[in-house]
Design a protein around this ligand. Structure first.
Ligand code: ZN
Length: 477
């Protein structure tokens, strides 16, 4: 079993090494906060986002593509929104040598480019609901320290969905559907998470309320990996999104939006990695099985022929199999694919050929298995399934060890200092108490937990009133 010591104790260094050694990203691009996706990383990214796109398509969302540039006149219309993003916007001020009459924002998110167009598309109730999404890059001038896949100035991969509905109830139902989609997505990646309603002071600029998914990094910090916003009629009123109801009257629509970025890739990497590097769930591994021939001089030809046949057999079942026939020592090849997190390695030596078998080695446990050729296709499928289950369980155990409850703020503070993670504290739900809870615990308030409430007798540690919710506290990325 590969250890997870450095993964935990030096997470930041581990993460940067994995991105480099597994060919995920090149971090040497000469603009701060901008990074280059390398081919293997790009494949991983596409596999992760194809799951997310599929979940949107199968729930009635349609893909669109809006322009990157947003005129200042549109962008400045929603006052709250501007307050939230104002300091982080990149502006295009010139076209060639010509100064532009109207400055153009590089989208930090797309509400202000999409909704004026929605206003043109919506006439009657029959045009509703609108449920669209796009996967695009967005720009934010981050002033905090940037980190590949986690804090970027160009978010290269932002899946943003935007919806419009006739009634507040339908918008509420849409929020629930979005939560369901995001749960399915992260469950499939085996990434553990906790869902909370962000406190009022941390709500998305222009939203009525915001829901967030957070996971925990191996070194115990909370990382936001998805957000869902109920926008109410705020944007609809500013951009004139109205529909004619059956009774002939005009009403503003109700809206929601929700997004997930390449942090989903970061979360997958950190949830499953170990001290040998990347360790990928088979569903998103660019290569699921790598075949390494181990020839002896005089018997070279049969070993390589068999290796090629094995590759063909596995590929024919729809697996992403790769034959490494480079002129390198097998040990170097093992190391190479281990660092890249390939879930299963198949070794074929003269003895295997003789006995009509292959030797399989699991990346997650290091376990070696001998498999008869005639049952290989079936068994490889089963082993990959076991790897998926094991990785999911292991990630869940690590996560659960870092999500704890505390009854008072002193123990919350001490737990956070000692091992980090997310701490549940009973809360009356009042904003003034919430701010003090966070301050006294010396942590960020993620929000109130969704899906679990406080113990029956629990009291708010500030005002001693009965607690109505769990506050989630953490140090954040
Ligand atoms: Zn209170």
């Amino acid at each position: 079993m590969v250890k997870r010591e450095r993964w935990r104790q030096d997470f930041s260094g581990w993460f940067n090494d994995v991105l480099q050694e597994a060919d995920i990203m090149d971090t040497r691009y000469p603009v701060k906060g901008l990074y280059v996706w390398r081919p293997y990383g790009m494949k991983l990214r596409n596999l992760v986002f194809s799951i997310l796109k599929q979940l949107h398509e199968s729930s009635g969302h349609q893909e669109v593509l809006f322009p990157l540039l947003i005129p200042e006149t549109l962008f400045q219309k929603e006052a709250e929104h501007i307050r939230g993003f104002g300091g982080q916007v990149y502006w295009v001020t010139h076209g060639g040598h010509q100064k532009l009459d109207v400055k153009l924002a590089l989208r930090p998110t797309s509400e202000t480019s999409m909704y004026p167009m929605f206003a043109l598309w919506i006439r009657t109730h029959a045009d509703l609901p609108i449920k669209v999404y796009q996967v695009v890059n967005v720009f934010r001038y981050e002033t905090k320290m940037t980190k590949p896949l986690i804090r970027l100035r160009e978010v290269t991969t932002f899946k943003e969905a935007h919806t419009a509905h006739a009634t507040a109830e339908e918008a509420e139902a849409q929020v629930r559907e979005a939560i369901k989609i995001y749960r399915k997505f992260y469950d499939e990646l085996g990434v553990p998470y906790i869902v909370s309603k962000r406190p009022p002071w941390d709500t998305f600029a222009g939203a009525v309320y915001s829901i967030a998914f957070d996971t925990v990094t191996p070194d115990g910090k909370a990382l936001q990996i998805g957000t869902i916003h109920n926008l109410g009629q705020n944007f609809a009123k500013v951009y004139g999104l109205k529909y004619e109801a059956v009774d002939g009257k005009h009403h503003h629509v109700y809206q929601t939006c929700y997004g997930i970025s390449e942090r989903a890739v970061a979360a997958t990497i950190m949830a499953h990695g170990d001290d040998a590097g990347l360790c990928l769930p088979p569903d998103v591994a660019p290569i699921q099985v790598v075949i390494v021939p181990i020839p002896f001089k005089e018997k070279e030809t049969p070993v390589e022929n068999v290796a090629a046949q094995v590759k063909e057999e596995l590929t024919s079942t729809g697996l992403r199999a790769h034959l490494d026939d480079r002129d390198l020592r097998p040990g170097n090849k093992f190391y190479h694919w281990e660092r890249r997190g390939v879930p299963l390695r198949i070794e074929i030596g003269p003895k295997d050929v003789e006995k009509d078998q292959v030797t399989a080695v699991r990346r997650d446990t290091g376990e070696r298995l001998t498999i008869a050729r005639k049952s290989m296709k079936k068994q490889v499928g089963e082993i990959l399934k076991q790897i998926t289950d094991h990785l999911r369980e292991r990630a869940k155990r690590s996560f659960e060890a870092l999500v704890n409850s505390a009854v008072d703020l002193k123990s919350a503070r001490e737990l956070l200092k000692k091992q980090g993670g997310i701490i549940r504290v009973p809360w009356c739900g009042r904003e003034s108490c919430g701010k003090l809870i966070a301050e006294k615990a010396e942590a960020e308030m993620l929000g109130e937990e969704i899906g679990a409430g406080p113990q029956p007798e629990a009291k708010c540690p500030i005002c001693s009133d009965p607690a109505t919710v769990n506050a989630l506290l953490a140090k954040t990325y």
